[in-house]
Design a protein around this ligand. Structure first.
Ligand code: NAD
Length: 382
């Protein structure tokens, strides 16, 4: 097997997602395992870190063994040794960076959301398509073990007819006003003017999760709230929260399945995981967290009788069977990276494109419209 280097420009990777998920757990992990087998060759990612802040880039590059870095993006954009451009910078900067990379003829891979309006997101997809460059958007939740187990059960016909779906996402994000409880998410998430907000962040995920696991989303009814009016930023300054921090939504699919998803950064967790998704079907139900999944078929379903005067004689957790791991589940971001690299190198199929990513932005936009109108909004076919 011959080892072929594949140069990747990694832009905005000094941030939370860029460093942890993309650089360390994906690209460096792929290097550590000896690359990605691809036909008769092995693809070896060869990253260069780009961004605005030289000292942050230098520190990150040093920490991981002297990686290449530059603050002059034009340099690697003009270098044919780097056929791939990846962006994990802030949402509001994505479009301009991606457009520059498309112009330079690079294959594009980037974080979601790809923009904050669906027009921008679909325009960006078209720009890449017209230029004929390969493109993809991170849709990591599809490779979470829990979601994969749900997809496996569906493929096996476990559910019978799917009746409805419930998603419950969230946890308490500290406002940062107490010294020993610093906020665990960047402050821009809570400012609309900086691209923040629960809907634009999470409804992009719910779109591809529902599209792929249940069926195409065609409508939404959504209510949002900004429940904490103030938080404290990274420099200790109190700021006004201008973006939604909770969203209560119902989505419908082409097949008429109602999917009810709550998303909140102001809730305390008493459920199996930070995100759980339950599918109810005529023949069985299953509920998945990030990694685990539990199923209950028709024959194992207990027969509860409403009686609030006694403690429940049924422990409702007892009647679920854990779905065992069916294979080795690698890091979800890394799995998608490996597929994208093969797509670039040998044209392996890869359907999670900028256009698919734009559908997520579209759902977020329709959700906000629904909130404003206090009404159901149809999601146009994309
Ligand atoms: N797939 C997921 O599950 C997931 C989860 C969280 C965030 N995200 C997305 O990832 C992106 C980054 O989010 P994050 O939480 O890592 O935020 P972050 O604030 O930690 O990181 C943002 C990065 O962008 C850099 N940056 C900002 N402006 C820039 C500019 N003009 N030029 C170059 N670099 C610039 C920052 O220095 C930082 O490195 C966002 O678009 C977010 O929506 C995705």
């Amino acid at each position: 097997m011959a080892t072929k280097n594949i140069g990747i420009i990694m832009n905005g990777v000094t941030g939370r997602m860029g460093t942890n998920q993309h650089l360390v757990r994906s690209i460096l992990a792929i290097r550590e395992q000896g690359g990605v087998a691809c036909g008769d060759d092995v693809l070896m990612p060869d990253p260069i870190l780009t961004g605005r802040n030289a000292s942050k880039l230098e520190t990150l590059a040093k920490k991981y063994g002297g990686l290449k870095w530059t603050t002059d993006l034009d340099e690697p954009l003009g270098d044919a040794n780097y056929p791939v451009f990846f962006d994990a910078s802030g949402t509001l900067f994505r479009k301009a960076f991606v457009e520059r990379a498309v112009k330079a003829g690079k294959a594009i891979y980037c974080e979601k959301p790809t923009a904050v309006t669906s027009k921008e997101a679909f325009d960006l997809a078209k720009t890449a398509e017209d230029a004929g460059v390969k493109n993809g958007v991170v849709q990591d939740k599809l490779w979470l073990p829990g979601i994969r187990k749900l997809m496996m059960l569906k493929q096996q016909g476990f559910f019978g007819k799917i009746l409805d779906v419930r998603g419950d996402f969230g946890y308490w994000v500290f406002p940062g006003d107490v010294d020993d409880q610093p906020a665990q998410r960047p402050s821009w998430n809570y400012r609309q003017e900086d691209g923040g907000g629960m809907v634009i962040d999470m409804h992009c995920h719910w779109r591809y999760v529902i599209d792929n696991v249940i069926g195409n989303v065609n409508g939404v009814m959504c209510h949002t709230e900004t429940l904490l009016p103030e938080r404290v930023d990274e420099s200790g300054k109190t700021y006004k929260c201008t973006a939604d921090d909770a969203a209560y939504a119902m989505f419908t699919t082409d097949a008429g399945v109602l999917c009810q998803f709550n998303s909140s950064w102001v809730t305390r967790v008493k459920r199996d995981d930070l995100f759980v998704m339950q599918i109810n079907g005529t023949d069985g139900s299953a509920i998945a967290g990030l990694r685990k999944c539990w199923a209950q078929d028709h024959s194992a379903t207990p027969r509860p009788v409403w009686n609030p005067d006694i403690d429940s004689p049924i422990n409702h957790y007892d009647h679920w069977q854990e779905v065992p791991d069916a294979c080795v589940y690698d890091n979800a971001f890394k799995v998608q990276w490996e597929m994208f690299l093969k797509h670039v190198a040998v044209d392996a199929p890869f359907r999670w494109s900028l256009r698919e990513g734009a559908k997520g932005v579209q759902l977020a936009e329709c959700s906000l419209e629904s909130h404003k109108k206090r009404a159901w909004v149809d999601v146009p076919k994309a």
